[in-house]
Design a protein around this ligand. Structure first.
Ligand code: NA7
Length: 536
């Protein structure tokens, strides 16, 4: 298609999910002229694309939402403890309408290249619709889990049935009624989709590479009284979220695991199991930093798998031993382990019986042929760096971001990378977002970026760029923060890029906690942005 070169803009935002919508709103508030480019035909990002059966948020609805508008908080009523994908999408559609955001969003538009022009001090962005846009600032709002990872298994193209990645699920659904379905992957997504596909399918085969921990979600409808209570307490809820380690509306308990007598400790775990959800992680101060403490929690969770799954051989295959609990992002589920008690569900452990190829008729492992009508790839994402690297970003002197990050991502505060002036990365590598409640982090990043732009203007500067030594120090700090936790012990986690063949193994998120990160960012702003070079 033939596009056009538009007039110079103040800012181009890439992505119209949680980040891009709020960024656009803030930029408008500053009187800046901004455009959002979005691949999808609607807003929502993660919640636009992930339409697989059972897709649901693992944070509680009322906390996984915007806080910037008290009016919005009061108007919106949540239906369930954990919002389903349709409910999340309705919310984000409402936000887009409520703040009249759509008129500055170009849907169905994918960025194919973005280059910093040294001579002009601006960004030139090219799209698949043929448009060429220029702007002073380029702000990526592309999410951390948006670049689908489909494994390159021999013979994949030869498969005669339907195959879908969960993150690119067809909008009109996939009918698996009476079909033989295979699911590859047992991360958060696999754990959500497996029980939902087991019901209509005639047979479901799960191909598991790494067994996972999972805690019951205990989803339920919210009552009017629940909603009234959130609305009455949003001020305090948000303050708690912003100051907490994980952006959730609760703090991590300050008792150490082994300081509590065995019986009492089991009761605490049982309470967490019964209450459901991610708060299980917050029961003890040392669960994520002390291996013995984590072993106690992991043992408890493994005992639950043995309790739920009736066939002992299947239960054994489901027990996670390769990583500490929550060192990979922990799923929460509805009847996940129970699903293996069905006669029409088979578990294949592909570590002991690897997938050899996909044939026209199904999946062949070393020991058997598994006939299938539908294959579902719940195989996750090229997380954090994937969506940035596939955008064709080039900085000063034509430096490719892919070249700069060849050995792993390097940022300052997760927000900028040296050599790429006026490029901001919301939820970028080196930020805490994926280890926390994402919208809470997003609002922090967006507000910080907006304030930096105001500061730049006040100083009469036009360019802001991370300094290389500040970046080096931040990368060291990110590594040190990870090393103080058990997170790097999960060798197969996407935090490390381990799920994507050939990707450098670097622990990407900042594990120092959202509260501490926010204080660092605020301090940098208060001190006039040390570590960032401001120039004209
Ligand atoms: P995840 O958590 O990355 O899970 C992907 C799953 O797919 C995981 O079990 C992988 O096993 C498995 N996988 C990936 N590639 C293969 C191949 N080639 N063969 C077999 N199995 C494979 O992605 P999700 O979509 O579930 O969740 C992403 C985030 O969304 C989640 O953390 C929440 O924040 C929400 P592995 O563990 O790599 O051995």
């Amino acid at each position: 298609p033939q596009g056009t070169r538009g007039p110079a803009l103040d800012a181009i935002v890439v992505g119209a999910g949680f980040s891009g919508l709020y960024m656009l709103h803030r930029l408008r508030g500053l009187g800046l002229d901004a455009v959002v480019l979005e691949s999808g035909d609607g807003v929502g990002g993660t919640w636009y694309w992930n339409r697989y059966p059972g897709a649901r948020c693992d944070s509680e609805s009322w906390s996984y939402s915007y806080s910037f508008s008290p009016e919005l908080e009061q108007e919106w009523t949540w239906a369930e403890r954990y919002p389903s994908q349709p409910e999340m999408l309705r919310y984000l559609d409402h936000v887009a309408d409520r703040f009249d955001l759509r008129r500055d969003i170009r849907f169905g538009t994918t960025v194919t290249a973005a280059s910093f022009r040294d001579a002009h001090g601006d960004w030139e962005v090219r799209t698949d619709t043929g448009d060429v846009l220029t702007a002073r600032f380029l702000i990526t709002a592309v999410g951390c889990l948006s670049s689908a990872n489909v494994p390159d298994i021999d013979g994949r193209a030869s498969f005669a049935g339907e195959q879908h990645h969960t993150g690119r699920w067809p909008h009109d659904g996939v009918d698996v009624t009476g079909k033989r379905v295979g699911v590859i992957g047992t991360g958060s997504t696999g754990i959500q989709v497996i029980p939902k596909l087991a019901e209509p399918a005639s047979h479901l085969t799960v191909f598991q590479r790494t067994p996972n921990f999972s805690i019951p979600a205990r989803n339920r409808p919210l009552t009017e009284a629940d909603n009234a209570s959130f609305k009455a307490h949003y001020g305090a809820i948000r303050r708690l979220q912003r100051s907490s380690t994980n952006g959730h509306p609760y703090l991590i308990a300050d008792r150490a695991t082994l300081s509590v007598p065995d019986e009492e400790r089991t009761r605490i775990y049982e309470d967490g199991w019964a209450r459901g959800g991610l708060q299980f992680r917050a029961a003890f101060s040392d669960m994520m930093v002390d291996k013995a403490a984590n072993d106690a929690a992991s043992d408890f969770l493994r005992s639950k798998i043995r309790e739920v799954v009736t066939d002992p051989a299947t239960a054994e295959k489901l027990l996670p031993f390769d990583h500490p609990f929550a060192a990979k992002r922990p799923p929460i589920d509805t009847e996940y382990f129970e699903t293996y008690n069905r006669d029409d569900v088979t578990l294949v452990d592909v570590r002991s019986d690897p997938i050899v190829e996909i044939t026209p008729a199904g999946i062949r492992t070393e020991s058997a042929e598994h006939p299938l009508d539908t294959i579902v790839f719940a195989t996750g994402f090229d997380a954090m760096t994937g969506p940035l690297l596939r955008m064709g970003i080039h900085g000063r002197d034509g430096l490719a971001l892919s070249e700069k990050w060849a050995a792993g991502p390097r940022t300052y505060l997760g927000l900028q990378t040296a050599g790429f002036p006026n490029l901001f990365t919301i939820t970028g590598p080196g930020s805490p977002s994926v280890l926390a409640n994402v919208p809470t982090c997003i609002e922090q990043h967006v507000d910080w970026i907006a304030e930096a732009l105001v500061h730049l203007d006040e100083r009469g500067a036009t360019l802001i760029e991370a300094e290389p030594d500040a970046e080096d120090r931040w990368v060291d700090h990110v590594n040190a923060a990870a090393d103080r936790t058990l997170l790097p012990l999960a060798g197969s986690s996407w935090y490390l890029g381990a799920n994507v063949p050939g990707k450098p193994r670097v622990f990407m998120p900042y594990a120092g906690g959202l509260g501490a990160y926010t204080r660092l960012c605020d301090d940098v702003a208060a001190r006039g942005y040390p570590g960032f070079a401001l120039s004209t």
